[in-house]
Design a protein around this ligand. Structure first.
Ligand SMILES: NC(=O)c1ccc[n+]([C@@H]2O[C@H](COP(=O)([O-])OP(=O)(O)OC[C@H]3O[C@@H](n4cnc5c(N)ncnc54)[C@H](OP(=O)(O)O)[C@@H]3O)[C@@H](O)[C@H]2O)c1
Length: 259
């Protein structure tokens, strides 16, 4: 057996279909690119059309199969419609990645129900609804991968965790519930846990060099995360190689959480 065919057997996503929410920016975009380059046909879902189109253009220029669906995952009806549209592009997905997320940061005392509701809707309810839509089909077909993207704030309070930390804590619990339900049928469900990653989500914090340096110093590796740092872990969790890994929270954080 050649090295290439060995690696291919473990990690290739040839013939797989993936739906990646938030696939037009930051961590989601890096994951969408990684899955596509590993062989999957990828549908990216987010609101802004220009970013979606640019992502798909980059992937197709690289010889990958990719499509986009514009949807606001903040309402249940829109999530349901987006799921149907996403499944039309390349068929029912084998891989679902929930990376779309928002982080509004009012201090707890000023946290209103509007911020609470939209945070729960995008960060927790959309992943739940998409899991309900795609999980049973994956189980029926005997293969599936659900990958959530949570946050260190699922585990500890950090810069006004507010509703955001609560939604991410719920997301990791959702992942374990899904794992319990569908793992017997070949559908693994896991969560990637970023530390501090330099993406548009953190534009305000990232533009403060002192805060950036202080956060980097809290990691063991000595730098903050980059979206590309999630490529390898995502391909692993999406592939056959991770068949016995389920219900886990995998920290891709340069050691931040254990420092
Ligand atoms: N960056 C970090 O340090 C960090 C740390 C911990 C966890 N995370 C998590 O990692 C995930 C990705 O974040 P990121 O840093 O890559 O942020 P990002 O670059 O801002 O990407 C967020 C993505 O979600 C989409 N999105 C946001 N609201 C949406 C909505 N209502 N409907 C549909 N799509 C929506 C955005 O596209 P549109 O705006 O066009 O809709 C975008 O594609 C998030 O779940 C975040 O909570 C990030």
């Amino acid at each position: 057996m050649t090295t290439q065919s060995y690696l291919s057997e473990l990690f290739s996503l040839d013939g797989r279909v993936a739906v990646v929410t938030g696939g037009s920016s930051g961590i989601g975009r890096a994951i969408a690119g990684a899955l596509a380059r590993a062989g999957a046909a990828v549908v990216v879902v987010a609101r802004r059309r220009e970013e979606l189109a640019a992502t798909v253009e980059e992937l197709t220029a690289d010889g990958c199969r990719a499509a986009w669906v514009s949807a606001d995952l903040g309402t249940r009806e829109a999530v349901r419609a987006a799921a149907e549209e996403a499944a039309k592009a390349f068929g029912e997905p084998d891989i679902l990645v929930n990376s779309a997320g928002i982080n509004q940061r009012p201090p707890m005392g000023e946290l209103g129900e509007d911020v609470w509701d939209i945070t729960m809707a995008v960060n927790l309810e959309a992943p739940y609804l998409l899991g309900q839509r795609f999980g049973p089909g994956m189980a029926e077909r005997g293969f599936g991968r659900i990958i959530h993207v949570s946050s260190q704030q699922a585990h500890r309070a950090f810069v006004q965790s507010g509703a955001y930390g609560v939604s991410k804590g719920g997301l990791e619990s959702l992942s374990r519930s899904q794992a319990e339900a569908w793992s017997p049928y070949g559908v693994t469900c896991n969560t990637l846990v970023p530390g501090f990653v330099m993406t548009p989500l953190n534009a305000r914090l990232s533009s403060d060099p002192e805060r950036v340096a202080a956060l980097a110093a809290r990691t063991m590796i000595g730098r903050n995360g980059l979206a590309e740092d999630f490529a390898g872990a995502a391909v692993f969790l999406a592939s056959r190689a991770s068949a016995y890994v389920t219900g886990q929270s995998i920290f891709v954080d340069g050691g931040l959480s254990v420092h």
